[in-house]
Design a protein around this ligand. Structure first.
Ligand SMILES: Nc1ncnc2c1ncn2[C@@H]1O[C@H](COP(=O)(O)OP(=O)(O)OP(=O)(O)O)[C@@H](O)[C@H]1O
Ligand SMILES: [Mg+2]
Length: 393
């Protein structure tokens, strides 16, 4: 499970990650690396050629393997078959559990986009490259070392309760910073979203899967799905939308604890918006409701404030990032108090009945699928514009 999640994290990173064995055989690469290098299954010949063209990278890897130190080059030129790309490169050792060297992890951050922005920035600050993504990378490097050292210390003083306490402080702090860094990196790479036809139910199933609720769900948690299978596709970025619903589902899981109900529902909005060209823009709506503890009015007002969190390990960025992604898709994400009743009997939902005058796509009106019984918990509502063929006003 842990490994699957990390695989998902690596796959959703915007930065290219390439893993080579100690004798420079290709071992793994993430989709961003496939895109950057233009190859999905690199052969050893390909790696040999790549390192031949990029002497600086070959030297960096060799010296990382020899010295055991993480090395980085903030501004390098990666020469590929027919083009060259400005990158920031890092090489870190990949260790086996017994402490022996397994290989090297190479991170390549494509700077072409940043370079073009930098050219337009005036003043000396531009030279410092204080981008959130750059800072996040800088923070990430020493974290791996701190975490490894913390784990080793914990293992060395297994019977010392005080030492275990201190190690826990270190390890929990590291995990929290690591989570923050991942969120910042994900946020920075989500600025460039794909615009592909996306089946929203596939996205929801994928998010449920990543949250560990599908196809099997832990005992005590009930997941209800109230899906309208006839919904049209959304135009957008499936990976980014999965992140949105994963965040919402994880929040719901965290709110209900070991027992409770989470309900996902989808439907078409009856109302539409007019575009500047006089076309109708239709929206679908996804709701994620839970039977959790709910929140106070004060908390509700702060939900979408960066770094607002009530969780010891939380970053307080999950909802902010999710809202940003939805907005970039032309939709809306908002929250309302009241969720779903914590029963696993039949659902009491007034499907399609508008509780009162919601103005539909995009505004924070009351839910169309309001639970018949008022329950604690929360409902997060997302509207997204759908692909539509109706041209007329
Ligand atoms: N379904 C929910 N029920 C109750 N409270 C919620 C729910 N979703 C979010 N919250 C509250 O909103 C806060 C912010 O949520 P957000 O997802 O932005 O960050 P987080 O969950 O604290 O951290 P992270 O997402 O990094 O784990 C949470 O700490 C929690 O207090
Ligand atoms: Mg969260």
């Amino acid at each position: 499970m842990r490994i699957t999640v990390w695989r998902d994290v690596l796959d959703s990173l915007g930065d290219a990650i390439l893993v080579l064995s100690a004798d420079l055989e290709p071992a793994a690469l993430n989709p961003a690396a496939e895109t950057l290098l233009g190859v999905s299954k690199p052969s050893s010949g390909f790696i040999h050629e790549l390192l031949g063209r990029n002497d600086w990278l070959a030297r960096m890897i060799a010296s990382c393997l020899k010295s055991g130190q993480n090395l980085s080059d903030p501004d390098a030129e990666l020469i590929l078959n027919r083009r060259s790309v400005a990158v920031r490169a890092e090489a870190s050792l990949l260790m086996k559990e017994d402490g022996r060297i397994r290989g090297v992890v190479i991170l390549l951050q494509d700077l072409s986009h940043q370079k073009s922005t930098e050219r337009t920035v005036e003043g000396s600050a531009a030279g410092l490259r204080l981008s959130p993504a750059g800072l996040a990378h800088e923070v990430k490097n020493p974290l791996t070392g701190i975490k490894g050292a913390g784990e080793l210390l914990a293992a060395m003083f297994r019977n010392d309760a005080r030492a275990q306490g201190y190690c826990n402080v270190i390890l929990e702090g590291v995990d929290r910073i690591a989570a923050l860094v991942e969120q910042v990196l994900a946020f920075s790479s989500n600025q460039r979203l794909a615009a592909q036809p996306v089946n929203i139910h596939r996205v929801l199933h994928q998010a449920l899967k990543m949250a560990g609720l599908y196809p099997n769900c832990p005992a005590g948690i009930t997941v209800k799905q109230l899906f309208d299978p006839s919904l049209p596709e959304v135009i957008g970025d499936a990976g980014a939308l999965e992140r949105v619903f994963l965040n919402l589902i994880r929040n719901a899981i965290e709110a209900i604890g070991p027992r409770g109900t989470i309900m996902l529902s989808t439907r078409m909005e009856t109302q539409f918006r007019m575009t500047a060209e006089g076309r109708r823009r239709h929206f679908l709506r996804v709701e994620v409701s839970d039977s959790g503890k709910g929140i106070s009015d004060e908390e509700l007002a702060q939900l979408f404030t960066p770094f607002f969190t009530t969780k010891p390990q939380g970053t307080g960025l999950g909802l902010v990032i999710s809202q940003r992604i939805v907005t970039l898709h032309g939709g809306n994400l908002w929250a309302e108090r009241g969720g779903v009743a914590a029963t696993d009997g039949h659902a009491d939902y007034n499907r399609g009945d508008r509780a009162s005058g919601s103005d539909g796509a995009g505004s924070s009106g009351p839910a169309a699928m309001t639970p018949a019984t008022t329950s604690p918990g929360m409902t997060f509502k997302v509207t997204l514009p759908v692909r539509t063929d109706s041209p007329e006003a």
